[in-house]
Write a protein that binds this ligand. Structure first.
Ligand SMILES: Nc1nc2c(ncn2[C@@H]2O[C@H](COP(=O)(O)OP(=O)(O)O)[C@@H](O)[C@H]2O)c(=O)[nH]1
Ligand SMILES: [Mg+2]
Length: 346
């Protein structure tokens, strides 16, 4: 999963990036796009790995991109160049400044930053949708396409994000490949001073995020970036001092998974124990395609055991004895924690 950190200069994107990745790239203005990969912690993988002792253990991964923002004052819309790395992301994480930053002239106004970013994205999408609509009309494309673009245009003109349109209304499957910014899941991070780190998100901001079909998270990036550099054993004590139970990274990853409605299935064996993130509701054949396209193409059956059953019974053999081992067809809806093996033929 690719998560892009976006927002205005000085909002703390690079600091959030350091917090989440444990890296320490320089903060301050300017700079290029930074990339950092984080393993998604999963106790179930730890446990399976201890049982199978595989050559390789692979956790789900998140690739964070720290994308430099533009300066609030001289801000004249997102340039094409600025948009490019943003369009390549699966999820946008908008960092909103809620702390006084002496390097930025204006005082903190996270609600205004949210609106400014939202409007930029609306305008960029509107431009794209109008182009697509003109072309679709001229080329006499599928009328469903035309009506989808018209619906998107109306939605954007009402300043609503495309992500607010439900799947049955929009038919996203025929729109794959069009990376509309307001169709990407949005996670807003309210970046606060240390003394406000444990306070809840202000009510008006929570409401506005709900209207925008977006999720929100509060953190204090600068102090959490320091904590992220500490020995894991010491981190809990420092977090408790701030009134927090969990690190920013743990909360962030969980919120992103919930936002995307992601679950994991597992493959196990002596070569590799691995977690595969998929969207909830994914069918067995499409899930197999995450492993390899051949498995999707030549899919015959999925052998499935629930993680809980496997742990309870201790081995595949015992799961079979208990009658809990299942053979599922292509339309089986994969459940979180399914241990799967795909039978295929190409
Ligand atoms: N007080 C405080 N300062 C922060 C916080 N996050 C970032 N900063 C500071 O704000 C400045 C800009 O941060 P940076 O991460 O470079 O912002 P970017 O331009 O969005 O990447 C740096 O001096 C940071 O140390 C925070 O949560 N609290
Ligand atoms: Mg930066």
């Amino acid at each position: 999963m690719k998560i892009g950190l976006v927002g205005f200069a000085g909002s703390g994107k690079t600091t959030v990036f350091n917090t989440l990745t444990g890296l320490s790239v320089p903060t301050g203005f300017g700079g290029t796009v930074h990339l950092g990969t984080v393993k998604v912690p999963d106790e179930r993988i730890d446990r399976l790995s201890a049982m199978f002792k595989p050559k390789k253990t692979t956790y789900a991964e998140i690739v964070f991109s720290d994308i430099p923002g533009e300066h609030g004052a001289e801000h004249k819309g997102l340039s094409r160049k600025a948009l490019e790395p943003i369009r390549a992301q699966d999820v946008l994480c908008l960092v909103l400044r809620a702390f006084p930053n002496p390097a930025v002239e204006t005082k903190a106004d996270p609600a205004a930053e949210l609106e400014a970013f939202h409007v930029e994205c609306i305008l960029a999408d509107l431009e794209m949708v109008e182009r697509k609509l003109d072309r679709a009309k001229k080329d006499k494309t599928d009328p469903l396409h035309v009506s989808a673009f018209e619906l998107m245009k109306q939605t954007l003109e009402a300043e609503r994000p495309i992500r607010s349109l439900s799947e049955p209304v929009l038919h996203r499957e025929m729109l794959t490949g069009f990376s509309f910014l307001t169709d990407k899941p949005l996670l807003a991070v309210l970046n606060r001073s240390e003394d406000e780190a444990a306070l809840p998100m202000p009510e008006p901001l929570t409401k506005r995020l709900a209207q925008l079909s977006a999720a929100g998270l509060v953190l204090s990036a600068s102090v959490e970036a320091e904590i992220a550099q500490l020995d894991p054993a010491d981190q809990a004590a420092f977090l408790a001092d701030l009134g927090l139970k969990e690190s920013a990274r743990a909360r962030f990853v969980r919120t992103a998974y919930e936002l995307l409605d992601l679950i994991s299935f597992f493959t196990v064996g002596e070569d590799e124990v691995r977690a595969w993130p998929i969207r909830r509701g994914t069918h067995a054949r499409a899930a197999a395609g995450k492993i390899h396209s051949d498995l999707e193409r030549g899919f015959i059956r999925a052998e499935v055991m629930a993680y809980g059953d496997f742990i309870a019974h201790g081995s595949e053999h015992a799961v079979k004895e208990a009658g809990k081992f299942k053979l599922e067809g292509k339309d089986y809806v994969v459940a979180d924690g399914d241990i799967m093996s795909i039978r295929f033929n190409v």
